[in-house]
Design a protein around this ligand. Structure first.
Ligand code: SF4
Ligand code: SF4
Length: 358
């Protein structure tokens, strides 16, 4: 086939964001002089050219129905300059170049039921995974946890009460797209998978399931005359990695799939290294629809942070300064031997082969 007859590639992925940007932002891209925080939920950016733009931020539920999205866009057309932006923490942002439009825009958002806030030293909207809508492996409804917790943290979203910004995250499984956060609420399976041997041969590609296990706990086996798999339960760390490629290895369990809370995670940026979050509370019941136990742990940590941290210390920096013993003392969270990972036996149990896994 001649080159000119070939079908051009279909481009996928994110479109170029510049075409959707407010013209003032486009004009001044990379040319900002400074920014200020005039009030909670509002940012003022001043360009080197002297031009000013106010950003008004409101929380949304991330997975938006079309009616809510239309309502938000109408507010942007009527009260702002007709451009919106979604942050990675599910906030919608509007831009206005006229300061007189800021308060009417906030009033319109508030009247429509949206909460303005989430800037500077507040608790930002939680970033969450949304497995119950589109994924095949969730152990909880992360977006439901967000709703339940943010209902109780709404004042902290609207006001500047925290020592520094607080990023919360929730994840609906233990292994995949969850993020780092100052406080992260993650699924924690506590029992090895239960295998339905009648289905394994028809549903699972056994070599790839064996290769998925990070501690080499899965072996091929013949059960009732059928090819299946078996799990060495002494080695299994209940991570759930075998469940996505092999749904007959069911690990989700109403009683034994719990939530765990981790603190101090932070992505790296131009000024700082990444910090890894650390486990502080485990075995919390996965208790829909309001998850009161998990919410109580998070509020407890936030209250201790608010009372004890210095100005502009992030959660992880605060814990590093006061030390982990003091953290457990003032939050009253039980500290157990399971909080300490000594990596004892890791050389034998970790899967150390170099073959590529899918
Ligand atoms: S966190 Fe896990 S279950 Fe949730 S969407 Fe991501 S991969 Fe799926
Ligand atoms: S993949 Fe994870 S859950 Fe499955 S057997 Fe291995 S350690 Fe256990």
């Amino acid at each position: 086939m001649a080159l000119e007859d070939m079908r051009p590639p279909i481009e996928t992925g994110c479109p170029d964001g510049f075409q959707y940007m407010h013209p003032m932002l486009r004009r001044n891209f990379g040319l900002w002089a400074y920014h200020e925080d005039p009030q909670p939920g509002v940012l003022l950016h001043v360009a080197k050219s002297g031009e000013k733009v106010w950003t008004v931020r409101a929380g949304t539920q991330r997975i938006l129905d079309i009616f809510t999205l239309r309502k938000l866009c109408d507010i942007g057309d009527q009260q702002a300059d007709g451009y919106v932006h979604f942050t990675i923490r599910s906030n919608i942002e509007y831009f206005v170049t006229d300061e007189a439009k800021v308060q009417p825009l906030i009033d319109a958002l508030t009247e429509a039921g949206f909460i303005v806030g989430g800037t500077r030293n507040s608790v930002a909207m939680m970033s969450h995974t949304q497995g119950w809508l589109h994924c095949d492996i969730p152990g909880t409804d992360a977006s439901g946890v967000v709703k339940a917790m943010m209902d109780e943290l709404i004042t902290e979203f609207k006001e500047w009460n925290m020592p520094n910004r607080v990023h919360l995250t929730t994840s609906c499984c233990q292994i995949n797209c969850g993020g780092q956060g100052d406080i992260a609420i993650n699924v924690q399976h506590t029992k090895p998978p239960k295998i339905n041997h009648d289905l394994v041969a028809n549903v699972c590609e056994r070599p790839s399931v064996v290769a998925r296990c990070p501690v080499a706990a899965i072996r091929p086996a013949l059960v009732n005359g059928k090819p299946s798999l078996e799990v060495d339960e002494k080695k299994c760390i209940c991570c759930g990695a075998c469940f996505p490629p092999c749904p007959p290895m069911m690990i989700n369990d109403a009683e034994h799939s719990k939530l765990a809370v981790w603190v101090g995670g932070n992505h790296s940026n131009a000024r700082g290294k990444p910090t890894f979050q650390k486990l502080v509370a485990a075995g919390i019941p996965n208790n829909p629809p309001r998850w009161p136990e998990a919410t109580a742990v998070v509020k407890n940590i936030l209250n201790a942070y608010k009372a004890d941290a210095r100005d502009w210390e992030r959660v992880g920096e605060w814990v590093e300064r006061i030390g982990w013993p003091r953290f457990f003392e003032i939050t009253n969270l039980p500290f157990t031997k399971y909080h300490v990972d000594t990596w004892k036996g890791a050389r034998n149990s970790l899967n150390a082969s170099t073959h590529i896994r899918f």
